[in-house]
Design a protein around this ligand. Structure first.
Ligand code: PEP
Length: 229
């Protein structure tokens, strides 16, 4: 299983360090087949060691240059970071990243050999319009994305389930993952209000290879509880 923690705009450099020191101890005897990723805020990126991989929540597709407020490859390379989240719904919605922007980032970081967790997900009105609408919407988020990239992990995150406490149902996850699987052959995560109380039923679903966790990953005890559930 893959367990990925997205801190978003939470945790400081100091609290991330404390979190990762605790996590490193807890993961000393994790199942070898499991993989753990942590995506702290950009100010907390550093060269950490432990049984986990630290990635960037975002970066600009450039080596360096005049892109005020952004970080590029050079800033990630300083810490040996070779993993990135691309396409998260919060960046699509609040930062107005359209599919073209997302594809540009994807193509750039793929060309530089990054492991990419590529996020897709539909808004509530699309879910309410039925399975065909959901499939059309999600597949449109694959446009321009090289799905044969061997370092790609896809995360299905229904927007209406993110940070709301309301996870998708087992049936919704199973049918959406089955549809996605028939269109690609890479590890597939589910994200959206995953927490210790529902981790076991979600990871037991056929077609779920892991989880991307926001709120419930912020506390190291809660996140490790999920990894060892
Ligand atoms: C996310 O935004 O990636 C996420 C899954 O958040 P949460 O777990 O808080 O729903």
């Amino acid at each position: 299983m893959i367990y990925a923690a997205n801190f978003k705009t939470n945790h400081t450099r100091q609290s991330t360090k404390t979190y990762l020191e605790t996590l490193a101890q807890k993961l000393a005897d994790k199942r070898t087949e499991d993989r753990v990723f942590i995506f702290p805020p950009a100010t907390a990126l550093d060269s950490y060691s432990g049984n986990f991989t630290v990635g960037a929540q975002n970066a600009y597709p450039t080596q360096n240059g005049a892109f005020t407020g952004e970080i590029g490859l050079e800033q990630l390379e300083e810490f040996g970071i070779k993993t990135i989240l691309i396409g998260h719904s919060e960046r699509r919605e609040y930062l107005k990243e359209d599919q073209e922007t997302v594809v540009t980032k994807y193509t750039y970081f793929m060309a530089h050999g990054f492991e990419i967790i590529y996020c897709i997900g539909e808004p509530l009105e699309v879910r309410e319009a039925g399975e065909k609408a959901v499939a059309d919407y999600l597949l449109s988020q694959f446009e321009g994305i090289d799905l044969s990239y061997e370092k790609l992990i896809v995360a299905y995150e229904p927007i209406w389930a993110i940070g709301t406490g309301r996870s998708a149902t087992v049936e919704e996850i199973a049918s959406t993952h089955a549809m996605l699987r028939s269109n690609m052959d890479r590890p597939l995560l589910y994200g959206g209000s995953v927490k210790p109380a529902n981790i076991k039923e979600i990871t037991a679903i056929n077609g779920v290879d892991g989880v991307l966790v926001g709120s419930a990953s912020l506390d190291v005890e809660s996140f490790s509880e999920m990894i060892f559930a």
